[in-house]
Design a protein around this ligand. Structure first.
Ligand SMILES: [Zn+2]
Length: 450
């Protein structure tokens, strides 16, 4: 079966004083699966290059104490000066400058076009239609309650969506054009566009404060996303349709679904193992879209609760009194000798719990998935590096409700390779107090204790 899926690629090296980048590409791969597919598969790869330095985080929120795996799947950066991995996220905070964003009006000059719209090709109306799709897709995320991204509570969190006519407005394979502006580009060439790759997000992250890239303002904290650019290929190997054009373009990919997924990466999320999540690594097949379309009354409708939990985890609204619950624990094998073959992860430290389980919180009353995470480690700021003891934290969850927690291995549609990007940032060979990342453990069967 031919499928498209998202996947994570291994890190591409971590030079000190270099740049961390993440690529997520959509592509086709052939993979056999016995699972009934809800979505046809589209592959999204996530790739990372290096990162950079650190000192003390000028501001860094609650995870500076004891970061550990948390909902949903986030990426981490080990400070260049050593210490615990810090979650990657944009500098969205009260008092922070608005998120700088723009899109390039440079479109592929081929016939037929790769960007399908209701409006005629090459017209001002076409650009307006594409821009409206981008705005609506940003609104999917900025309507999530309980976050500093929320447009109603914090109308200045996101800056105005600018336009540029430059074809090269996005950071490129040469690691140039890093301008601190989160840009969407439709007219892109890249070595990352291997067979079947449709689009990707390149994320540049600081591993120290006061770090400068190009004309971007200096970084404020470790793990800060300096620049996240979304690139769509321009060679006619795939076509993308606005929601209005999709009905008459069954062979095109839904631009809104792709953008919503990629914007999740822009905000700092990695892939989720939850089928309903927009961050699930498998994209909808041509002619279809993820979840529900946004509406005026429910602009964030395409998202799942898992996506919402991820955004709240990254950008918690201090005024939120609803989504403030966390559930923590450890995933342990019934027989500890099952971990005996894992080598030491750092001097004198061994794997003492399941690393890389998907841990899921199900609302006990409704049966729906509230959040899930990639579990398995914790880090004591006073004594890094991370320990692989099976620790997880799920949240933020709605308080006053009951949840069933269970863990399962990534042995379904989502494979350990899809989670490689999320795992890779936990250890950094170049960092002080390094650790060696254990393999993602799939050798267990879920069973609730005792
Ligand atoms: Zn992705």
């Amino acid at each position: 079966m031919k499928k498209n899926r998202f996947a994570n690629c291994a890190p591409q090296g971590m030079p000190l004083h270099a740049i961390a980048k993440r690529l997520g590409d959509w592509r086709f791969v052939a993979r056999r699966s016995s699972v009934t597919m809800r979505h046809a598969p589209l592959v999204h790869a996530t790739r990372r290059w290096g990162t950079v330095f650190i000192t003390i985080c000028a501001f860094l929120f609650q995870f500076i104490g004891t970061p550990r795996a948390g909902a949903y799947v986030r990426d981490f950066t080990v400070p260049a000066a050593g210490g615990c991995p810090q979650p990657q996220h944009q500098n969205i905070a009260i008092g922070a400058p608005p998120l700088a964003r723009q899109w390039s009006t440079s479109l592929p000059n081929i016939n037929p076009s790769t960007i399908l719209t209701v409006a005629p090709q090459g017209t001002a109306a076409q650009l307006d239609e594409i821009e409206a799709t981008i705005q609506q897709t940003y609104a999917i995320w900025s309507d999530v309650s309980g976050t500093l991204v929320n447009a109603n509570s914090y109308p200045n969190a996101l800056g105005p969506l600018g336009r540029t006519s430059a074809q090269n407005a996005c950071s490129n394979d040469l690691q140039t054009n890093i301008d601190g502006v989160n840009t969407i580009c439709f007219n892109q060439n890249s070595a990352a566009f291997t067979t079947g790759v449709l689009s990707f997000t390149r994320v540049i992250v600081a591993n120290a404060p006061a770090q400068t890239f190009g004309s971007a303002p200096p970084s404020v904290f470790v793990g800060q996303i300096i620049d996240a650019d979304i690139c769509f290929r321009n060679d006619g190997h795939a076509t993308f349709a606005t929601p209005g054009a999709l009905a008459t373009a069954p062979g095109a990919y839904d631009l809104e679904s792709l953008l919503a997924h990629e914007l999740g990466h822009v905000f700092g999320l990695d892939h989720s193992g939850v089928w309903r999540a927009i961050m699930f690594p498998f994209a909808p097949p041509p002619g279809t879209f993820f979840g529900d379309r946004p509406t005026v009354s429910a602009p964030d409708a395409p998202l799942s609760d898992d996506d919402r939990a991820g955004l709240r985890m990254l950008y918690p609204d201090p005024a939120d009194t609803t989504d403030t619950g966390f559930i923590s624990g450890r995933i342990l094998p019934a027989n500890p000798f099952a971990l005996a073959d894992f080598p030491a992860t750092s001097l004198g430290e061994y794997v003492t719990g399941i690393f890389g389980a998907q841990v899921i919180a199900v609302d006990a009353a409704t049966g729906s998935v509230a959040a899930a995470t990639f579990g398995g480690w914790t880090c004591d700021a006073a004594n890094p590096p991370p320990r692989f003891d099976g620790s997880y934290t799920l949240g933020p969850l709605s308080v006053g409700r009951s949840y069933v927690i269970y863990a399962e291995p990534f042995v379904g549609l989502v494979q350990p390779a899809d989670m490689a990007g999320a795992a890779a940032g936990v250890c950094s060979a170049g960092a002080l107090a390094p650790c060696t990342l254990p393999a993602i453990n799939t050798n267990f069967a879920p069973r609730l204790g005792p």
